[in-house]
Design a protein around this ligand. Structure first.
Ligand code: ZN
Ligand code: ZN
Ligand code: ZN
Length: 346
């Protein structure tokens, strides 16, 4: 290219073309190089630089004369080999060195990230595993989007199991990742919390002043308090809470209750008490029945209780199964890592 290069012979190191420096290679330098596993092949650039050949790998490198005299030169080719081997064994692809002690790598999903060398060594040893933050965030975003939420960022309180989300109503709130996946949470701004709080279906008995015995079924978060402080108008009133069935959410409770009343009105239209019979004694508008059908109501409540229990069992089974699947996936990953590592070692 330039006249200068035509006049002076050059030598190439990697992608760098270096001018050969005119000067003697002293025998004591060569001796020092040999003791450290290298051979001086040329003086290059200026009087401070040498071209070295690494005995172990036969490849050439640029080295300062000062470094050769005071330390053991580090072969950049062998260094890169070691980094590639480490990354291969850790199941990722080495791209380039990054900040000190960090490598730029490509994960199996294709995303490029920086990870510490020490971390990759622990991955190779099977002590930990690499997770892709970009893929995780994409999964979290998809889960949130499916429920009308937007992933805004990390948890303001710094809990790694939580994230900050925004609801389509405009409200922002921290939500546990697992709850966003299962939907077991509500927006604090736009949803009635009672519909998600645990509730009860109850059965009560009132003895009215007429001597008539009345039965009431309903739902409440606190049936005893509902009976004492809301339904009864006279503290002397003969009233009893006969049965409560815990239901996981108020929403489910209201559904069960509505269906129950539809059934009772259909099955026992004659047992529905007229409002005039209890007005001034029990503070409700409807839904009082003649106690003669109490056994039938109990039977319907048995059905509700069974349904609640089997739903809870099914939910627990699903949760167990998904936990097992997660564990299995994790152990498969470990196994793949280990077998990959030993193949390299052998
Ligand atoms: Zn080398
Ligand atoms: Zn990824
Ligand atoms: Zn909302």
């Amino acid at each position: 290219m330039s006249d200068c290069k035509k006049l002076h012979p050059t030598m190439t190191f990697g992608d760098r073309e270096c001018v050969i420096f005119d000067g003697a290679i002293h025998p004591q330098w060569q001796e020092a190089a040999s003791q450290k596993g290298f051979e001086i092949i040329a003086r290059i650039l200026d009087r401070y630089h040498l071209g070295l050949r690494h005995h172990a790998c036969g490849r050439d490198m640029i080295c300062k004369l000062f470094t050769l005299r005071t330390a053991i030169p580090l072969c950049p080719h062998c260094l890169e080999d070691r980094r590639r081997e480490l990354c291969d064994a850790a199941g990722v692809t080495f791209l380039a060195p990054a900040r000190p002690h960090y490598f730029r790598i490509q994960l199996s999903c294709g995303h490029e990230v920086e990870r510490q060398q020490e971390f990759l060594e622990r991955v190779r040893a099977g002590k930990t595993e690499i997770r892709c933050d970009a893929c995780l965030e994409a999964r979290l975003e998809a889960a949130a989007g499916g429920r009308g939420w937007t992933l805004l960022g990390p948890d303001p309180k710094g809990d790694r199991n939580y994230r900050l989300y925004g609801h389509e109503c405009g409200h922002t709130q921290r939500v546990a990742i697992v709850n966003m996946q299962t939907g077991r949470f509500t927006c604090h701004a736009c949803s009635d919390t009672w519909t998600n709080d645990p509730s009860f279906i109850y059965l009560m008995r009132f003895i009215l002043r007429s001597g008539r015995i009345a039965t009431k079924v309903g739902f409440s978060r606190n049936p005893a308090s509902r009976l004492r402080y809301q339904l009864v108008m006279d503290l002397e009133q003969n009233a009893q809470l006969l049965r409560v069935i815990p239901v996981p959410t108020g929403h489910q409770a209201i559904c069960y209750e509505k269906r129950l009343h539809v059934n009772l009105r259909k099955l026992f239209p004659g047992a529905v008490l007229d409002r005039a019979e209890f007005e001034g004694e029990v503070r409700v508008l409807s839904e009082l029945y003649c106690a003669s059908i109490e056994p039938e109501i109990m039977a319907l409540l048995d059905d509700i209780e069974l349904r609640v229990k089997s739903l809870a069992k099914r939910a627990a089974k699903l949760a167990r199964r998904s936990a097992q699947q997660d564990a299995r996936r994790a152990s498969n990953r470990q196994r793949r890592k280990r077998s990959g590592g030993s193949a390299k070692a052998g």
